[in-house]
Design a protein around this ligand. Structure first.
Ligand SMILES: [Fe+2]
Ligand SMILES: [Fe+2]
Length: 185
């Protein structure tokens, strides 16, 4: 699977309704959306910093404002730190789903639900490749805080951000009943 397949909604299996699931189960399942929202806020924060760095870079180029190369250098590094930290959080989140939440559901789930879990695991591997790419970009930006390395990091971040939002939305919708019903979180 490549990253473009991940955005193809028609390829994503839907979870069959669990007839015995109650509102208590669904409410427990909504905890996943809360965890996702925490990550989305961190991505928003990373994007806001990225935009500030871009603004300073543009200002330095056009000489519209006084931005020194030292300030830019520091900006690149600060952004690299924040981005690297968020990469680790996301990696941790997916590992806990892969090793705890998904197996707890799949153990007793219907065939249809298992297909959703298989699809989500495939999406994790695509996201993981993006996280690894971003970590490499961040390491390059850290060792050589240049406009070129910033541009590459920004490019990967944009793809990752889109992929994560799409993945989170699918996952929290399709697993909402199952997480509570199978007591998986
Ligand atoms: Fe996930
Ligand atoms: Fe998740």
């Amino acid at each position: 699977m490549n990253v473009f397949d991940l955005f193809d909604e028609s390829q994503r299996p839907k979870a069959p309704r669990i007839r015995e699931a109650t509102e208590v189960h669904r409410s427990a399942g909504r905890k996943l959306a809360m965890i996702h929202n925490m990550h989305l806020s961190a991505l928003d924060e990373t994007r806001a910093m990225m935009d500030r760095v871009q603004h300073d870079e543009d200002a330095a180029k056009s000489l519209a404002e006084h931005v020194t190369s030292l300030q830019l250098w520091e900006n690149y590094r600060k952004f690299g730190n924040l981005c690297g930290r968020e990469c680790q959080f996301l990696d941790f989140h997916h590992t806990s789903e892969d090793t705890e939440i998904f197996p707890a559901i799949a153990k007793n789930a219907s065939e249809g639900l298992r297909r959703v879990i298989a699809r989500l695991s495939q999406e994790h591997s695509v996201v993981h490749q993006l996280l690894e790419k971003l970590a490499t970009n961040v390491a390059d930006l850290w060792s050589d805080p240049s406009a070129e390395h910033f541009a590459r990091t920004r490019e990967t971040f944009e793809v990752l951000d889109k992929a994560i939002r799409s993945h989170f939305g699918y996952e929290q919708t399709e697993l909402q009943e199952a997480i509570g019903y199978y007591n998986a979180l």
